[in-house]
Design a protein around this ligand. Structure first.
Ligand SMILES: Cc1cc2nc3c(=O)[nH]c(=O)nc-3n(C[C@H](O)[C@H](O)[C@H](O)COP(=O)(O)O)c2cc1C
Length: 140
């Protein structure tokens, strides 16, 4: 399996409706492709992990990179792994306030200045993103 984590800048501030639509479509498509992951949105910045079969993840990442709804896509983590971090989610979703995002050290620097903190980016791993999900967010 392949796991890719990236961050990007939303092209315009997304309305809650537009975000819900994006996540709904992603979940349906990911379920069909065997892809799982998480999408985090905070004040115009996306952070996402997609994981699953190598070819499916690679093809999805290409589609995501060329999606006009965001720009400045920066890959921060890529690994081949036997283990899914988000096995129970077709796409977990978490919106964080700037205060909540700032409280996560690995997120804080990149959210302040996405392109300006290359030294910190390797710290932004799928496991860090998993910690953002509360028990009550988990599907039964
Ligand atoms: C931030 C962001 C995250 C996305 N995540 C997914 C995803 O997890 N799965 C998915 O199928 N599409 C996702 N998309 C949508 C894809 O970019 C693309 O629109 C979708 O795969 C349909 O591609 P197509 O129009 O070429 O068929 C995401 C888009 C954005 C902007």
């Amino acid at each position: 399996m392949l796991s890719i984590t990236y961050l990007s800048a939303a092209s315009s501030a997304l309305t809650p409706d537009a975000l819900a639509h994006l996540v709904g479509q992603a979940r349906a498509s990911n379920a069909a492709l065997g892809i799982t992951g998480i999408l985090v949105y905070s004040a115009g910045t996306f952070v996402q992990t997609i994981e699953g079969p190598q070819a499916a993840v690679s093809a999805l990442y290409d589609r995501i990179v060329s999606d006009a709804r965001h720009t400045e896509v920066i890959e921060v983590w890529r690994e081949t792994t036997m283990r899914r971090t988000f096995s129970t989610w077709t796409m977990a979703f978490k919106e964080l306030t700037p205060e909540e995002a700032a409280a996560v050290p690995e997120l804080n620097d990149v959210l302040q200045e996405p392109a300006g903190a290359p030294d910190r980016e390797p710290g932004l791993t799928p496991d860090v993103l998993l910690q953002l999900m509360d028990e009550e967010d988990r599907p039964a």
